[in-house]
Design a protein around this ligand. Structure first.
Ligand code: SF4
Length: 371
């Protein structure tokens, strides 16, 4: 099954750490944008696509009026075969209201991903966010009242001023809300953003602090019953993100909007980051990023991000027996360092990263692949 990603590249203000493609929101631009998205979706019809997830990401998708979200979803329903889809909308606490949330539910959105980041006011100020902790909590409560059963919240790790204790407060407060999924991201300093200073760089490069924060959050969320199912994602039973799992399980997805990526019919492509070009084109122009993708290498890289781990049986089908034997030998060495575990079942053998392994996942993956 395919996933459909709609990029909504508008924000009310640029956050000082963000380098996602987004431009300043105006109602007029959003209206034109909705029309362009619909044109692109209707162009998918002849491909007879079956999809079970739709994801509105951004930017700030919650700037989209509910009627426009509904229009886009109607276009999707008329062009793509939808099978009981998970439909996610990313939302900023500062740009939603109970009425708007009810409108999204009526339009068919059934999962809300709230950009909370922290529930400590000073940390939100340091991040330059438009909301405070009160607004973020009210947003989650309003979403639940509007009928959202499936709510996710983002938490940022490494925020200026954040300590293990303040992170605990954020985690405690979020898990006291009707939230089933949490994504935790480490603050990264992107080149050319206002956060790109020596002082902020030193903060983000403080690996010891980042590791301590990450492990503390893993521990707190485990105690609250959240399964750590992907390096950066935690879910209550049954609440894993269906759409995001497609990226890690090498399933096809189609991205619509400037900057959106697709992995479809064996090709990886991206729509150019040019809003005016997107608005003016009949159908978006995608640039080829990768063809002849090495699926075996990708399987190692992506499935190790998941707590389900890497299936050696699956890898053997793609690579053959000998390379898998060599990779397993390396995994045995890493197991001795408690970075991975190797689990054997009657049908298969799996390599899984431990929580410490998650912290150095890139190095572990490079080591496993270099054999
Ligand atoms: S709201 Fe999100 S996408 Fe927009 S500038 Fe802030 S972090 Fe970036």
């Amino acid at each position: 099954m395919t996933g459909i990603y709609i990029h909504v590249p508008f924000c009310l203000r640029k956050c000082p750490y963000c380098d996602f493609y987004s431009v300043l929101f105006t109602e007029e631009l959003m209206q034109k944008y909705t029309d362009a998205v619909c044109r692109n979706i209707l162009a998918l019809k002849p491909k007879a696509i079956e999809a079970d997830s739709v994801y509105f990401g951004g930017g700030t998708p919650s700037l989209l009026p509910p009627e426009q979200a509904e229009k886009i979803l109607e276009c999707i329903a008329s062009s793509v075969k939808l099978a009981d889809p998970e439909i996610t909308m990313e939302a900023n606490p500062s740009s939603i209201s109970l009425e708007k949330l009810r409108g999204y539910r009526r339009a068919g959105v059934n999962r809300l991903s709230l950009g909370v980041q922290s529930l400590i006011d000073d940390e939100l100020k340091a991040l330059g966010r438009l909301h405070d902790a009160y607004q973020a909590r009210e947003a989650a409560i309003a979403a639940h009242r509007a009928g959202f059963e499936n709510i996710s919240c983002d938490i940022m790790l490494g925020v200026p001023g954040q300590t293990e204790e303040t992170l605990d407060i954020t985690a405690e407060r979020i898990t006291a809300l009707p939230v089933k999924h949490i994504s935790a991201y480490m603050l990264k300093i992107e080149e050319g953003t206002p956060f790109d200073t020596a002082q902020m760089g030193a903060l983000a490069d403080d690996d010891e602090r980042m590791c301590a924060l990450y492990l503390r959050l893993c521990e707190t969320l485990a105690k609250k019953g959240f399964e750590h199912y992907e390096i950066s994602n935690f879910a209550l039973p049954g609440a894993r993100s269906r759409h995001n799992l497609k990226y890690w399980r090498l399933m096809p997805y189609i991205g619509i909007g400037p900057g959106a990526h697709s992995d479809f019919e064996g090709k990886r492509t991206a729509c150019r980051r040019e809003l005016s070009e997107f608005l003016e084109s009949k159908v978006q122009k995608n640039v080829l990023i990768e063809e002849n993708i090495d699926r075996a290498e990708e399987l190692v890289m992506l499935s190790l991000r998941l707590s389900d781990g890497l299936s050696l049986g699956e890898l053997e089908k793609l690579r053959g027996r000998e390379p898998v034997r060599r990779l397993k030998n390396r995994a045995v060495q890493l197991e001795a360092q408690k970075l991975v575990s190797i689990e054997k079942t009657a049908e298969d053998e799996k390599i899984k990263l431990t929580e410490r392994g998650f912290l150095v996942s890139n190095a572990v993956i490079v080591y496993l692949l270099d054999c």
